[in-house]
Design a protein around this ligand. Structure first.
Ligand code: TRP
Length: 329
């Protein structure tokens, strides 16, 4: 029997290159080794977008199209929508009864996000409980493996703590899931800052060749390298660092010719443009085709939700038995 694996993404906007190399590429490979559950975390999106949530549904469908066009196979993996598998919230309710408040208030990711998303009011009851719902997402499938980036490691620690606490209080039911840290190649935005929606400084999976070219041409290079024969410092150059991720076989040569003053930035950008277009164009086309038939996409989600419920309803029945609340009404 394959181990169960679960991960999710929040449908808050177009997926970009950071999602591709930081998560999706890995999700696709993991399909070979695990029984995978990939979740559209729309409740989690609502927690930060509640003032203007009208795009969550559209983003969810587009995100599914992104996933499939990159290589997630819905025949192999269960793809589903969090808000339509109601047991996630039932288990969240049970956990919320015993999770101590200070544990949530101390959570480093929580504190960081409050700081980062300063434009919105996230001092809410729901947002404080973000990691509790995330623990339910994972434990309601009794998933053993969760691939996430380092920014989510604290949430996984909390998930294990919640599993232990439940098991101690009511009897053993949940495994303590393992964090599968994604070796995320550090990919910054085109302005060499962290990719962020408020800077709009990234290339998305739906960008056409023209837009990709414009973005690459606008990338920040080594500010000290002005002419072709100036000596460059590729380690600080956004373009050079993209080569490391998207054309690793070329990057040694590029790093050395750049630092010897034998390579100009324009040429470097033109070649990177071609590499990115080659990588993204098939994805964009497939995505467009998929989005032509939204009914087929919703059908995939409907089937996924059903498969998910087969498992979650069983877990909730066990939970009810263990806790001692009605389970067969
Ligand atoms: N919090 C995750 C993120 O922002 C998304 C998420 C929600 C998730 N539930 C999950 C990831 C369960 C892994 C497992 O990226």
């Amino acid at each position: 029997m394959q181990k169960k694996l679960l991960s999710g993404m929040r449908p808050t906007g177009n997926l970009h290159l950071g999602h591709l190399v930081g998560a999706l590429d890995n999700w696709i490979k993991l399909q070979e080794k695990f029984e995978c559950f990939y979740m559209v975390a729309d409740w989690h999106a609502l927690m930060s977008e509640y003032e203007d949530p009208k795009n969550i549904e559209k983003n969810s469908i587009e995100m599914l199209a992104d996933w499939i066009s990159c290589g997630i196979d819905p025949k192999r993996s269960t793809v589903f929508v969090q808000s339509h598998v109601k047991e996630h919230l039932e288990l969240d309710m049970v956990f919320s009864c015993f999770v101590p408040l200070p544990l949530l208030e101390r959570n480093p990711t929580y504190k960081e996000q409050l700081r980062e998303m300063s434009g919105r009011n996230l001092m809410t009851y729901g947002f404080l409980g973000y990691p509790v719902l995330q623990a339910s997402d994972i434990l309601v499938y009794r998933a053993q493996v969760v691939p996430v980036g380092i920014d989510q490691a604290a949430h996984l620690e909390l998930t294990r703590e919640i599993a232990r606490k439940f098991n101690n209080l009511y009897g053993k039911l949940f495994p303590e899931p393992e964090t599968l840290l994604t070796a995320t190649p550090k990919l910054l935005g085109i302005d060499n800052r962290k990719m962020s929606k408020s800077f709009r400084n990234f290339i998305t999976l739906s960008d056409n060749p023209h837009t990709i070219k414009k973005s690459v041409m606008a990338m920040i290079t080594d500010p000290k390298k002005i002419r072709l024969d100036d000596i460059g410092h590729p380690q600080v150059c956004t373009v050079c660092n993209y080569y490391k991720v998207f054309a690793p076989e070329m990057s040694d040569e590029i790093f050395s010719t750049c630092s010897e003053g034998k390579r100009g930035c324009i040429k470097c950008k033109e070649a990177l443009t071609d590499i990115l277009i080659q990588r993204l164009e098939p994805i964009r086309r497939k995505r467009e085709k998929l989005l032509d038939d939204k009914a087929a996409l919703t059908d995939i989600l409907r089937k996924g939700n059903e498969k998910a419920r087969d498992i979650t309803s069983q877990t909730m029945s066990e939970v009810r038995k263990k806790v001692g609340i009605f389970h067969d009404l």
